[in-house]
Design a binder for this molecule. Sequence first.
Ligand code: ADP
Length: 481
Amino acid sequence: MHTLTDSTLLKNQSFLDGRFVGTASIDVTNPASGAVIGQVPAFGADEATQAVEAAAAALPGWSARTAKERSTILRNWFNLVMANRQDLATILTSEQGKPLAEALGEIDYAAAYIEFYAEEAKRIAGEMLPSHRTDARLLVLRQPIGVVAAITPWNFPAAMITRKIAPALAAGCTVVVKPALETPLTALALAELAHRAGLPAGTINVLTGDAQAIGGVFTSHPKVRLVGFTGSTAVGKILMAQAATTVKKVALELGGNAPFIVFDDADLDAAVEGAIVSKYRNMGQTCVCTNRFYVQASVHDAFVEKLLARVAELKVGDGFAEGVAQGPLITEDAVRKVEAHIVDATAKGATIRLGGQRHALGRTFFEPTVLTGARADMTLAGEETFGPLAAVFRFETEREAIEAANDTETGLAAYFYARDVGRIFRVMEGLEYGMVGINTGLISTELAPFGGVKESGNSREGSQHGILEFTELKYACLGGL
Ligand code: ADP
């Protein structure tokens, strides 16, 4: 582990009911070097039950606070995250691998959710509706849903947590989080800062350990009222089915298969810049990363040449090294998936134009890759590669591009580049996606509702919509007036 200004942010215990507890036993490794950088407890169903009960015990006190009191504590947490951003980013790059500049960007992005929901806590309002009787009044209250259990992935070890728990806490809920086993240290450092910020014992709990056992408690314990999950569609379906037995609300942010369409009226240089950020950010390991580039025939070759020139400039290496744009992939399995997609695509006629191999640095480093001649029958067309592989498809007409883009079970993010205003509206409205980037490859912000349609999920995170997920409506009819 690189040196931290505040080494007490590096935890080797889980955070349960206001205390760090448990025996460190599972190794956390740095994917760039394989070095063990920490250990965390292997908790299971018993500790998950204790954590849920601690959150349930803290719920009445926390939800009874005024919105302004909750807001002030969240604001303290935001300030502490920003004051410790360098250490948090160091922990994040050490366990996840992304370049340090990206890790700093993620910490700022993660903190922005805490800041935004500290403000939004004060704006959850009810309603008084026109009554159906003169002697009655109809009130609608928005109350916290209750205990929220969250399961988060390794690709954004900070932001996927704050995006769920900041709005939950702001709404008056208490939370239990199970971070990904690959990246628990950032989550535990955030818990330490939340504790310092004044969040009462039990309001936030962070548990490390057996995903299935902990997930089993989260989805079955009667005190949990909402299960929030970001991760694969396959696991999301399991959790949704499990949660059905106690009719919990589930808020799912699942996989994508983002198309990126370049029309013949696009600014090609801008499209290439958007392509780089949407494809190669986090080594292609985000659910909004472009998975399929569709380029109109008349600009296909020009776009590909420009893209190749830019991808060739991406420096691969340890995320702490100067100028590095691409770190290691998270695991050996992740590398194997990229390789399998390349083997399948080339067997079916695609051409590798750049990269295509494991990087000379070894381990899980992979060469940024571009291939052309991609077709709908290739595995990469139907499955997210989740790695640094840009696959370029060629198309002729606008209708063909929209149909190809929508030909997937998922619907998270889509991107396109065009200048014609009629086309912009037709394509924006025709894409079956929860989010559309038009002439930009970067759309995530705490100010907008992030989320997908179809098998990509059923909720929104960010903006005022994101906090309403954690509230429940109560209708009260006040009669006898
Ligand atoms: P990824 O491909 O991003 O690792 P996963 O869906 O496998 O996606 O993992 C996302 C999160 O879900 C992680 O925190 C992981 O530990 C957790 N997880 C995986 N399988 C289960 C399960 N059966 N029950 C509960 N959580 C799970």
